[in-house]
Design a protein around this ligand. Structure first.
Ligand SMILES: C[S@@+](CC[C@H](N)C(=O)[O-])C[C@H]1O[C@@H](n2cnc3c(N)ncnc32)[C@H](O)[C@@H]1O
Length: 297
């Protein structure tokens, strides 16, 4: 008879370890890591609950649980995150895609289907894992895309994600600072820029603060730096009537409304996320230059 711990006992020990370490979803994370180590799904775990843990798995699992206990995000350990129903490779060089960013993909799809945009050129600025560009390419087959990031390491991952989802021939990847290397005029620019104020960094959850790339999180200023730049630089890179869609930080919407009024844009619309926060700004270039209002924040 085997002396090895059962799957149930192994899971209980790991859950306890994660709880002591202050991991919020202790049981769920312990299960996910065990499924990952075993290469099995949750149903298999439940059916085999009383079985001994297979040889060689326990020590590997213990290592992964220890990494999670030290605060490493689950997604960097498994190397995977789902976004818009697609499986994305992630690593510490890229931000882990968040569900609220799916709003931007939905809005692009809505605009392309409700307005006659022909074969749109859609530019994703700060593409990271490529989640927005890849999901849009999958949802809008007539679109061409350009994905830009200042991080060459992030772009490598974005390119692999494009290949994984069969859209690599429709996305051009550019390393560069915001729109500076963009030569074509876009129909739509989407961006989830770094928007956390430098002074808020210390108060972030440790999984975010200590593990996700700082360059993906903060502008090292008041959190609005990238919006100021996008609102002033994007008009030169958009077709007439072009649209800028940005994710915005918690409680930044009013400050953005004030910023937009000082530029060459129509009044922005904000889309709310499932928690009721204004999360996505949609703003269109002015078509009537006499309607431009010039004010400052
Ligand atoms: C908040 S992450 C967004 C990643 C991805 N689009 C998403 O929604 O999950 C911001 C991204 O902007 C990139 N970035 C930061 N500064 C940049 C700059 N000056 N020009 C272009 N990209 C930049 C970061 O490397 C990072 O990948």
């Amino acid at each position: 008879m085997s002396n090895a711990a059962t799957i149930a006992e192994t899971l209980q020990d790991a859950t306890r370890r994660l709880r002591v370490a202050g991991v919020a979803n202790d049981l769920l994370d312990a299960q996910t890591l065990l499924c990952f180590t075993l290469g099995r799904d949750r149903t298999w775990l439940i059916i085999n609950y009383r079985e001994p843990i297979p040889e060689g798995v326990a020590s590997r699992y213990a290592e992964l649980v220890e990494r999670r206990a030290k605060g490493e995000p689950l997604q960097y350990i498994t190397g995977r995150q789902e976004f818009f129903g697609l499986d994305f490779e992630v690593a510490p060089d890229v931000l882990i895609p968040r569900p609220e960013s799916e709003l931007m993909v939905e809005e692009v799809v809505r605009l392309v289907t409700t307005e006659v945009l022909g074969k749109p050129l859609i530019v994703d600025v700060g593409t990271g894992s490529g989640c927005l560009a890849v999901a849009i390419a999958r949802e809008v087959p007539e679109a061409q895309l350009i994905a830009i990031d200042i991080s060459a390491a992030a772009l490598c991952i974005a390119q692999r994600n494009a290949v994984r989802h069969g859209v690599e021939t429709r996305i051009e990847f550019l390393t560069g600072d915001l729109l500076t290397r963009l030569r074509d005029k876009a129909t739509i620019i989407v961006s989830n820029p770094p928007y956390i104020a430098a002074e808020e960094m210390a108060g972030l959850q440790r999984e975010v603060r200590d593990w996700e790339p700082r360059i993906a999180l903060t502008d090292e200023g008041d959190g609005l730096g990238f919006y100021r730049r996008l609102l002033s630089e994007a008009p030169g890179h958009l077709q007439p009537g072009g649209i800028l869609i940005c994710e915005v930080g918690y409680q930044q919407a009013d400050r953005l409304r004030a910023l937009v009024s000082s530029t060459h844009w129509q009044m922005p619309r904000f889309l709310t996320d499932l928690q009721g926060y204004e999360r996505t700004m949609v703003v269109r270039l002015q078509t009537d230059p006499s309607a431009i209002t010039v004010t400052s924040e």
